[in-house]
Structures are given as structure tokens and as C-alpha cells.
Design a protein around this ligand. Structure first.
Ligand code: ASP
Length: 335
């Protein structure tokens, strides 16, 4: 049920992807750039929530900042498919109504998260793909760009390196040339290179009205097969929100997050097993996924405003901001 018992309690949590993110491989400049962008995204959502705006608007505002930054694998700077295209996936869910919207394989919507919101609010569908998604977004008046807008030289080089290795990558690690200490260079039958970072972005929020929302946006995985769709636009896997439990956005190896319905599973553990948010999120990320080497993490918030940000990789770009302005930003696992 949508709620409207206005309080002063609100919170926004964001992520910019998980992976083998090691301090020793990060330059101070790069670290500062990530921190500044995460801060900017938090502030954008805080502004919305602070003025009584909805959690849906807040998660969108935060994600747009990260989509517009080439630091993250979403919107501008999205990774390339094996066909040298950029195909974006995004989703959004309203915890008050359980309405959801998503786009997959979008190639022209400047901000795919806005496309997801339009599907949620302006269509009777949940998921639109490819040209249909682009066309729908255009009809709704969203900014449409040439597909060449999304690519960057860095991303193209990232693709070339992986094409040479005949692998697929989950973003962040690869572009920084990491030595990969956890030696998880496992190749799957779909040629996925698990060492790479997962550069997806996401946001979850509780607004002053007691409503939860979640959203996720990604370019997917470098060298993914064209038309491959990951977990990010799949409701229950990459994104889930329900006012009676929590809001969750995932980042990680999508094929696992889809099969383990990660976001919904966290909500279900709270609903049926009465676990706390932290217990439920830890159970899924640190036990269930870890047991099968499913790499990644989630950000989550519950109806009381509790925050959980577990990940089973060496790092995850993450942060939260609370109503009183308390902010925390983290990148690595040990901090
Ligand atoms: N989950 C995304 C996917 O598999 C990747 C990521 O989180 O960066 O498409």
C-alpha cells in the first residue's frame, strides 16, 4: 500500500558497481573523482527527498548523475557488446504500489532510467526491449541520442582487450588494468570473465511519506553477446521494492542474480522468515551467492530507514545519505 504518514525520516542509498576494486590499484585522482560523483548523486537525490519529493523521483535523480558520468557503466560510458554496440538495461520499482517499469537493450534513450520510469508510469507493461523501448521513450518526450553518444575510447579499448582474450567482462576491474589477487579468472561457457568489475549503478530510497523505491541502470558486461540481457532490468533480480519489506538494487554477475532472484529473495527472507534487512541481505550475498561463486553486492533500505550494503567482491562503489545529512561513501571492502 502506498503510504502518506509524512515524517522527517528519509534515506537514499546508491551504488556504482562492485568488483575487484583495490586501493593499491587506484590513483588518488581517480578515487577522488569517484567520490565526488557519488557525492553529487547523493546530493541530487537528497534534494528531492528533503523537499518532500517521492522516492521514485529521488532514485531517478541520483541515477541520472551517474548515467551522465563516463566513470560508471550506465548511460554515457556504457560498455560495448561483442558487436561494438552499447545496449542499456534499466529498471525501477515503486514499493508502494508494486508497479514496475524497465527497458532492456535500449540504444537511444539518453537516460535509460528515465525510460524505465516512463514504462512504469505511462504504460500498462513492465518491460520494453530494443527499438520498442527507444520508440516508446521518444513518444514520451524523453531525450533521444545517436547510439554513438554512449561509447567512449576507454570502453572501446576495454572491448578490444577482451575480444583478444575472447572473454566477457563485468566492467570496473578491467579498465584499470588490475592485477587480480583473488585469481577468480573463471571462464564460463558464455565467456564471462569474472575478474571484472560490475559497473552498474543503482539507487534505493525511503521518502518522507514512508514509500520505498529502487532503480538500477547498466550497460551490462563488456563483450557480452549483443542482445544479451542481464539482471538489471529484471524485477526481482536486479531491482525490487515493497513497502512492507525493503527496496533493493543489485550489481554483479547478472546470470547469477537472475537465477537466484537476489533482490526479491532478500525481501522474501524479511517477509516470510522475519529476518532483519541486514540479516536477509547478508544471507543472500554472503551465503547463497558466495556458495556458488556468484559475485556482486546489493544496496538496500527498509521501511524504517535501515541501510544494508553487503558485497562479496573486493569493493563496491557505494554511499548513503540520511535526513540529517549524515553521509557515508565507501569503495573498498576494508574501510
Ligand atoms: N549486473 C550487471 C549485468 O550482469 C552487471 C553489473 O552489475 O555491472 O548486466
Amino acid at each position: 500500500m502506498a503510504q502518506d504518514n509524512t515524517t522527517e525520516n528519509f534515506v537514499l542509498v546508491i551504488h556504482g558497481g562492485a568488483g575487484t576494486i583495490l586501493k593499491k590499484n587506484m590513483t588518488p585522482e581517480k578515487e577522488a573523482a569517484y567520490q565526488a560523483k557519488l557525492q553529487e548523486a547523493l546530493q541530487a537525490g537528497y534534494k528531492v527527498l528533503g523537499s518532500g519529493g517521492t522516492s521514485l523521483k529521488a532514485v531517478e535523480a541520483a541515477i541520472v548523475v551517474m548515467e551522465d558520468s563516463p566513470l560508471f557503466n550506465a548511460g554515457k560510458g556504457a560498455v560495448y557488446t561483442n558487436n561494438e554496440t552499447n545496449e542499456m538495461d534499466a529498471s525501477m520499482m515503486d514499493g508502494g504500489t508494486l508497479n514496475a517499469g524497465a527497458v532492456a537493450g535500449a540504444m537511444r534513450i539518453k537516460n535509460p532510467v528515465k525510460g524505465a520510469r516512463m514504462v512504469l508510469e505511462q504504460s500498462e507493461h513492465v518491460l520494453l526491449t530494443g527499438e520498442g523501448a527507444d520508440e516508446f521513450a521518444k513518444k514520451q518526450g524523453l531525450e533521444i541520442v545517436d547510439p554513438s553518444y554512449f561509447g567512449t575510447q576507454n570502453r572501446l579499448q576495454q572491448l578490444k582487450r577482451l575480444q583478444n582474450k575472447e572473454k566477457t567482462s563485468l566492467d570496473h576491474d578491467e579498465d584499470q588494468g588490475y592485477a587480480l589477487p583473488d585469481s577468480s579468472e573463471i571462464e564460463f561457457n558464455v565467456n564471462i570473465d569474472l575478474d571484472k568489475k560490475f559497473g552498474t549503478v543503482g539507487a534505493v530510497a525511503l521518502d518522507k511519506h514512508g514509500n520505498l523505491a529502487a532503480a538500477t541502470s547498466t550497460g551490462g558486461m563488456t563483450n557480452k553477446r549483443f542482445n544479451r540481457v542481464g539482471d538489471s532490468p529484471i524485477i526481482g533480480a536486479g531491482t525490487y521494492a515493497n513497502n512492507s519489506t525493503c527496496a533493493v538494487s543489485s550489481t554483479g554477475h547478472g546470470e547469477y542474480f537472475m537465477r537466484y532472484l537476489v533482490a526479491y529473495d532478500i525481501s522474501a527472507l524479511m517477509e516470510y522468515k522475519k529476518l532483519s534487512l541486514q540479516e536477509a541481505a547478508d544471507e543472500v550475498i554472503h551465503k547463497k551467492l558466495k556458495a556458488v561463486e556468484g559475485k556482486g553486492g546489493v544496496i538496500a533500505v527498509d521501511k524504517e530507514g535501515n541501510v544494508a550494503m553487503p558485497f562479496n567482491t573486493r569493493g563496491m562503489y557505494r554511499g548513503y545519505i540520511k535526513a540529517d545529512g549524515t553521509t557515508e561513501i565507501g569503495i573498498y571492502d576494508e574501510e
